[in-house]
Design a protein. Sequence first.
Length: 483
Amino acid sequence: MQDTMHPSPPSPKRIDAATVSALNARIRNCKSFPAMLLVNAERFPDRPAQRFKHLGIWQSWTWRDVLDEVRSFAAGLQDLGFQPGDRIAIAGRNRPRLYWSMAAAQSLGGVAIPVYHDSTAEEMEYVLGHAEATFAVVEDQEQVDKLLGIRDRLRALRHVVYDEPRGMRDYDDAGLHQFQDVQARGVSALRADPRREAAWRSQIDAVSLDDLAVLLYTSGTTGRPKGVMLTYRNLITSALNANEFDSLDETDEAIAYLPMAWIGDHIFSYAQAYCAGYCVSCPESPETIAHDRHEIAPTYFFAPPRVFEEMLTTMLVRIEDAAPLKRRMFDYFIRVAKKWGDAINAGRSVPLKGRLLYAIGWLLVYRPIKSRLGFSRIKVAYTAGEAIGPDMFGFFRSLGVNLKQLYGQTEACVYIAMHRNDSVDFETVGVPAPEVEIRVTEQGEILFRSPGVFIGYHKEPEKTQEILTADGWVRTGGRRIRR
């Protein structure tokens, strides 16, 4: 029986070192994520690629399983008329099938358009209309209802596929399909014509690094959202560099709980996962995220400061309800951690007394807290998006959580600056990320350039020229702070 507290993969089949080396080299030469999927199904056939908690039970898919799922859905989409260059909107919370839909569409030469699941019908209408989406894959009835209400105004939209069938029994629409039905069409098509498999792989081989992979729309807080165009080169280079920077590989685990339409989730839960071969777990619901994170115990984690603040607040409330002895013990060893923890975890010199007290605190306080928060196996955690308080930042680091900061933008495929493990300072956002150049103009404006820089805003050349220079520098609008 699988241990639901820390699900573990079956023992992978042994592959000789030469084959492993060759497969790893192939990953770096892949031109798309579907191409990486083909390689991962060879190098990690039995390792878990994705998990999803449904009705309290974790369901797992290996890389070989994911290949089967993506291939059959891609064949089903093709049977419905999906063509190279078509745009597919993805709307819903983090679900394996929604990630598979992106890979399936990309394998056919299509472009993925993740949409914020809490978008209003009007907001969704603008994004799908502006992007000229021809297909949509959505989570459930709520998303279907929004699309059906605006479909008359979306001339390009031909088919809507939904994952969750609950509440959909009485819907009768020729352009509406259940995800499993589309997959069944694909399986039938593949069986009817064995040449379809080879043709599908040829389509994947035909994808170029400079092809458009995804359109990610900004939040639109200062007007209409802009469609950020990112190529496979942008995404793959950024993901490979980030994995190397933090030594992430197939043994790592992440939990996908942030909006799929946000660049962070697209990089952490899709691009980096395909490049490294690590497992991504989708929680059952927003209400179960903390519990599900505790069960999975991810090694790689990102959250904005507000999430870390919620964790700390929840924990302090629990402590206040504890017995007096436990409260005093917690207060004492937290002071020990604040004094010595970061230095010990950074490998710096600490007096013997400090090390002994910290070791006792680890057994009695720090380890139980990390386990409760879901950080018992954490290798690296990042925060970004807004300022994080020094006390909160220091608290997590003092417990042995390798919490770091990064600075990024959608237009950069996230990574502009990030902390190295050996030089973490809460007052900074670290050093330039791999292959990122940063310069400051005479007026003090910060500019950056990297292989991850977007190719422009969809249908908005004027706005592209406002932010992107002819030689590839991006104007951030930010100013250097002089101390």
